[in-house]
Design a protein around this ligand. Structure first.
Ligand code: ZN
Length: 305
């Protein structure tokens, strides 16, 4: 990605411009939000409970946030922040990362306090080159008032930057190796011979998968290996978007496949886009060579109907 220089004077002209004026907190300071915050943070300090509770000072910004729905109406909002971002976006500084924040506390916030706040673009840095890329730091200061009195200041800094081109080449990541042990070695021997083996109890004939040393139904340790015919249906599935594991390319579907013999196995459903996998979809076993050392049983979607 290329970016053009924005004359620094144009950026510096935003310093001191209001980003929000006399904006109002969505809720007054209140105990339920304090309790949820403390639970999320694991903070059991007694000052935040009971009839004389105060809000944790670090909640300062929480009282100013618009939440998912944002702040309603145009009241308090200024265009300066949007204009600055549009200018930086247009110059190719399209990425943003929050870098740090500082807070000062002047007086405790108590349930019932009505919150108003003003925000100002305090500084825009000259162009800097960082490991992430080249860009400008933008520092915004928010003054938080409780019932009209300055209660604290929240200063936060972001970097608007153009990502560095030509990232170092990623080493190809390998799929995780299976853990093969005495209890499941027979399964992996089957895979090596392109056979999907499950276990069947010799005492009560209950089939089972994954491999275990004993029968969950009757407790018998006696079993035999049975080869699956290879047909089944998608019993359930999830689509993985996050987290991103090396060697996997999200989004992808992880299927829980019920074999015709009645046991279920977690595997990939292949031959169909991740968003076309459906419960009840017929699938058929095949073996996927993942890399030099690893083959896995996967299930290919069969034409329905
Ligand atoms: Zn049994």
């Amino acid at each position: 990605m290329t970016h053009e220089d924005v004359p620094y004077e144009r950026l510096a002209a935003f310093q001191g411009r209001a980003a929000a004026t006399a904006a109002t907190g969505k809720d007054p300071v209140n105990l339920p939000m304090i309790r949820h915050w403390c639970e999320a943070m694991g903070d059991a300090h007694p000052a935040y409970e009971g009839p004389d509770a105060v809000a944790p000072p670090t909640m300062l910004q929480a009282w100013t946030m618009g939440g998912l729905s944002g702040h309603t109406g145009a009241a308090g909002r200024s265009e300066a922040y949007d204009e600055l971002f549009a200018l930086l976006d247009g110059a190719g500084y399209t990425s943003v990362v929050a870098t740090d924040c500082e807070q000062e506390y002047l007086r405790p916030l108590r349930p019932g306090d009505e919150i108003t706040f003003d925000a100002v673009i305090e500084s825009v840095s000259p162009r800097k080159t960082t490991k992430l890329g080249t860009g400008h730091f933008v520092t915004t200061r928010m003054d938080v008032h409780a019932d009209g009195e300055l209660a604290g200041t929240h200063r936060f800094r972001i970097l608007k930057y153009a990502p560095t081109a030509g990232k170092p080449a990623k080493r190809a990541a390998l799929r995780p190796r299976p853990v093969v042990n005495r209890d499941n070695a027979g399964f992996w021997e089957g895979v090596a011979g392109h056979r999907l083996l499950f276990q069947r109890c010799r005492a009560c004939a209950t089939p089972r998968f994954p491999w275990l040393p004993g029968c969950a139904d009757c407790g018998s340790p006696d079993w035999e290996a049975v080869e699956a015919g290879g047909t089944g249906t998608v019993f359930s599935y999830v689509v993985m978007h996050h987290p991103h594991f090396p060697a996997f390319d999200p989004p992808y579907a992880v299927g829980l496949v019920e074999l015709a013999e009645g046991v279920r196995i977690v595997s990939n459903v292949v031959g169909v886009p991740y968003d076309k996998v459906r419960i009840g979809m017929p699938v058929r076993l095949e073996f996927l060579r993942v890399d030099d050392e690893l083959e896995l049983p996967v299930f290919r979607a069969e034409e329905e109907g």
